[in-house]
Every structure is written in structure tokens, then in C-alpha cells.
Design a protein around this ligand. Structure first.
Ligand SMILES: [Zn+2]
Length: 520
């Protein structure tokens, strides 16, 4: 049976419109999903929407519609975002799905049966936007929410509690034994210090609210939205494919991708909840940083706001995917701007990669009538097979393995950099070998074959490796190269030639992969 890989984005809260931050996480998860599919693994990629809780109920009330109507309307906008980004998610979960709600009830009944739920009174400072109580040490001066900078409300209510404090020891053990459970390291330390600082029990239900999953043992309560939401990662597998339970195939998840604002829920509450329900823990929570908008660095075509939809309309989803994972080191905070986007688009996508593709195809067409030549290293015995230029072969050795290793560590920017260094290497190779000069000298025909053959193979290999980042343009280019297979096993120089036989296929011309923006 093939190895399985399960990656998730957070489910997005329907109270806001989709923005760059949502696009960022979805793109990163998609790169991981596509890379693992290239490895021949069985992949499940989940995204969706979080629809319960007070903020949605309040917003619906203010708009004079029902919470369900508001959730339906806004969930559609998030559902539409995924395909526009080129995301290949296998399912889109909504926490108002009846199957999800039934699963939440089932799991939390188990938590109660296991003795981790009790009745109590909670009093504390509550942020309605976070839908969360704040500990005394995290309240900003003037009783403000440190995230939303709005005034906190003093709330007192009878609730059912989740006995989080009883998991202090086990969570500490989890962090000691699995130093990769949370990454990057700064986030691991942050989560661990929250745990070692002492855990308090947390409300599991809300009494006054009705917009949520009903508590099966007390009809006056609904579950606190965070517990309902976290369970999406688990519930989705049980009904994503009609008539089939995918849980045995994909649980536990390999990677939950999140942004740092929801760190505590995913690195403390979530593993404790799973322990309380006797469910296996996910392998890793990876926490990415924030994209900080530098509005003053403005481009002519995009204005001053990096709006994902405007970028996709003008430059395509691949360009947005590339820019976000290239310009900001994945896992850290970083600045983005429309000017920086345009710079990367022109200098790297259009000039370095797009141009490498165009001129390689053009030279094969001009000098060899579109047939990829069997080139260098051909032994006197024709049966000995084709081999690429030794200098390029050395620069490409171990590349696919290195990229896989980096993506396994969720180092998506570093993996892209490894590939991009070879795009640049191939451009230098063209300058060094000057095929146009070789073409003028009939006695150098074999050298020209060697150079063009190596170039096509090198271009094919970087294109297979770039496929998770640039799915649409790499598919176009691989089709033009006559080698549409994106399997990672083929990301080796010479693999495109088949079993040591020369790559004697034909290539086709293509329109520029990354054309200049309209109106320039
Ligand atoms: Zn808040």
C-alpha cells in the first residue's frame, strides 16, 4: 500500500472576507500536497470554513439574517477561493455539515465518559472577536484584547469545563519526546512555555449561545466554538468520501498548517482534547508567520495593496504562489508589497525561468527541427546510452532528494531556492556554451547536440520540481517538452530519456509562460 500524507489548513472563520493570509496558508498546504502526490503517495488535503460561535451570530443579527444564511453566503466565497489559487484540496469541510456536528458530539461524549468534563462557573475577561477568555497576564493595559485592541468583557457563566490542567504532565512529555511536534523552534518554545507555566481548565460549552453544536447531555448548551472547530481535522475523514471512512487511511494527520495567532489552540488544547478522547495525535503543527503589507512600495499595475484576486486576474495564480513562497521565508514574518511582487515576476519568472524555457525550445526548433538531440557522453558503443553534460550532472546530483527533504521539514522557501539555483545554473550554461556559435560550425554538431540535449533535460527536471509551486505553467511547459509526467522519480537528468535511450522526442513552441503585464 502507498504511503499516505494528510495536510490541513485551518478552517477559515466565515465572519471575514477571504484575504491574502487565507490564500497564503492554502497555497503552502497545496505545495505540500502536490509534492507528496509526485512521490506517489496517497494524499488528503483538507481546507474549509469555521461557521459557529458568537461573532457569526452577532454579525448575522446586525445584518438581519439568520446565522445559517450568513454562513452559507460567506462559506461560498472561501470555497471559491481554493480553485482560483490552483489549490487541489480533496475536500472542503463546513462545520455546519450535519456529519461534522454528529462527530463533534460523539467525540466530546467520549471525553465526558472518560471523566474529563465537569460543571463549574467561569468568570473572566472575554474577547468576543477571539471568542476566547484571556488570562490575566495577556490582557493589554485598559483591559484590551492584545490581538483586536478592543475592550474585553467581564463574563461569568455556568459552563461545562474541560479538565485541561490534568494534561499538564502528558503534554510536557509529548513535547520532550517529539521535539518536532511544533515547528519552527521559536513556536515550539512558545507553546511549551505556555504549558510549563501552568494549565487551567477551560470552558467546553457556552450556555447563552444557540449557534453551535448542541451538547447532547444538556440541551441548554452548545459546544464552545474552538472545540467544534478543531475537531474538523478528524471529522472530515469520516464523511469526505461518500460511503467510505478515510480515517484508518489518513489519521493521524501529518501536518496542520496554521498561522501564529491560533497557536495555543492547536499546540495545547488540541493534543489534550485528542488525548482525552483516546485519539492518536497528529505528527506536527507547523506555524507560519505573518505577511506584513508595505503599502508605500507600490507598483503601477497593482496599486498599493497586494490583493490576491487582483494579482490572479492580471498575472495568474502561479505568479501569486511563487511570490508568496519566494519573497518571505516560510515560517517567519516578512514584508510583501506590490512593487516587490512585480520585481520578482519580471526578473525571475519572466526573465529567468520563462526566458530559459522560450529560448531552449526556440533553439531546438531552429537548430534541430524541434527534435531533442541525443547528446553528450555517448559512448562509442551506441547501446551505452545517453548521458548529460558532466558539469550540469554534477550540479543536479541529489537535487530531488534535497528538495524532498526540505519539504518534509516544511522549508518551502528553501526548497524553492534549491530549485531556482538550478534555473540560474541553466541560464549560465547557455551563456557559457553559446549554442548559437556552435550552430555556425558544422564540425561542432556533436557538441551542439550535447548542449541542447542537456539543456532540455535540465529544463525538464527543474520544471518537474517546480510543479507544486507553479502547477499550471509547469504543465504547459512539460507538455511542450513532450514529457508530461510530473512524478518525482523522473526529476533526474536523463530520466526523461527513458531507460538510457536518447531523448529523441519532439518539442513544441509555446506562448511566453509569464508574459508582461497588460498595458506596459
Ligand atoms: Zn480578540
Amino acid at each position: 500500500m502507498a504511503k499516505s500524507f494528510y495536510v490541513t489548513t485551518p478552517i477559515y472563520y466565515v465572519n471575514a472576507a477571504p484575504h491574502l493570509g487565507h490564500a497564503y496558508t492554502t497555497i503552502a498546504a497545496d505545495v505540500m500536497a502536490r509534492h507528496h502526490r509526485q512521490r506517489g503517495e496517497e494524499v488528503f488535503f483538507l481546507t474549509g470554513t469555521d461557521e459557529h460561535g458568537e461573532p457569526v451570530a452577532d454579525a448575522a443579527h446586525a445584518q438581519g439574517v439568520s446565522p445559517q444564511e450568513l454562513a452559507d453566503k460567506n462559506a461560498e466565497r472561501f470555497k471559491a477561493l481554493a480553485p482560483r489559487l490552483g489549490a487541489s484540496n480533496d475536500f472542503f469541510i463546513r462545520t455546519t455539515d450535519p456529519e461534522h456536528m454528529a462527530k463533534v458530539q460523539e467525540v466530546l461524549m467520549k471525553v465526558r465518559d472518560n471523566g474529563y468534563v465537569y460543571e463549574g462557573v467561569y468568570e473572566g475577561w472575554y474577547c468576543p472577536r477571539c471568542a476566547d477568555f484571556k488570562a490575566e497576564n495577556e490582557i493589554d493595559e485598559g483591559k484590551l484584547c492584545p490581538i483586536h485592541h478592543i475592550e474585553l468583557v467581564r463574563e461569568k457563566e455556568e459552563n461545562y469545563f474541560f479538565a485541561l490542567s490534568r494534561f499538564q504532565e502528558r503534554l510536557g512529555g509529548l513535547y520532550r519526546e517529539h521535539p518536532d511536534f511544533v515547528a519552527p523552534r521559536t513556536r515550539y518554545n512558545e507553546a511549551l512555555s505556555f504549558i510549563t507555566g501552568g494549565l487551567r481548565d477551560v470552558p467546553l460549552t457556552r450556555r447563552r449561545l444557540t449557534w453551535g453544536v448542541p451538547v447532547p447531555w444538556d440541551e441548554e448548551h452548545v459546544f464552545y466554538v474552538w472545540f467544534d472547530a478543531l475537531l474538523n481535522y478528524y471529522s472530515a475523514l469520516s464523511y469526505a468520501r461518500p460511503g467510505e471512512d478515510l480515517t484508518p487511511a489518513f489519521w493521524p494527520a501529518n501536518c496542520h498548517l496554521i498561522a501564529k495567532d491560533i497557536l495555543r489552540f492547536h499546540t495545547v488544547y488540541w493534543p489534550a482534547l485528542l488525548m482525552a478522547a483516546d485519539i492518536e495525535l497528529p505528527e506536527r503543527v507547523f506555524v507560519h508567520g505573518y505577511l506584513l503589507m508595505e503599502g508605500e512600495k507600490m507598483s503601477k499595475s497593482l496599486g498599493n495593496v497586494l490583493d490576491p484576486f487582483a494579482v490572479i486576474d492580471q498575472f495568474g495564480a502561479d505568479a501569486l504562489r511563487f511570490y508568496l513562497l519566494r519573497d518571505v521565508s516560510f515560517g517567519q514574518d516578512g514584508s510583501v508589497s506590490t512593487a516587490a511582487f512585480e520585481g520578482r515576476y519580471e526578473s525571475e519568472l519572466a526573465n529567468e525561468y520563462g526566458n530559459l524555457a522560450s529560448r531552449t525550445l526556440a533553439m531546438v526548433a531552429r537548430y534541430r527541427e524541434g527534435v531533442v538531440p541525443a547528446g553528450a557522453g555517448r559512448a562509442p558503443d551506441p547501446g551505452a546510452g545517453w548521458a548529460p553534460d558532466a558539469a550540469i550532472a554534477a550540479d543536479f546530483a541529489g537535487l530531488a532528494e534535497r528538495v524532498s527533504e526540505l519539504i518534509d521539514g516544511v522549508e518551502l522557501t528553501n526548497a524553492l531556492e534549491e530549485i531556482w539555483a538550478r534555473v540560474r545554473r541553466l541560464n549560465r550554461y547557455v551563456e557559457e556554451e553559446a549554442p548559437w556559435a556552435l550552430a555556425k560550425d558544422p564540425s561542432r554538431a556533436e557538441d551542439l547536440d550535447r548542449v541542447l540535449g542537456t539543456l532540455v533535460e535540465g529544463l525538464r527536471v527543474v520544471t518537474v520540481l517546480l510543479h507544486p509551486y507553479l502547477p499550471a505553467s509547469t504543465e504547459r511547459l512539460l507538455a511542450a517538452l513532450g514529457a508530461p509526467d510530473v512524478a518525482l522519480a523522473g526529476a533526474k537528468l536523463g530520466a526523461g530519456a527513458g531507460n538510457g535511450t536518447p531523448p529523441t522526442r519532439k518539442v513544441a513552441p509555446i506562448e511566453p509562460l509569464f508574459p508582461r503585464a497588460q498595458g506596459e
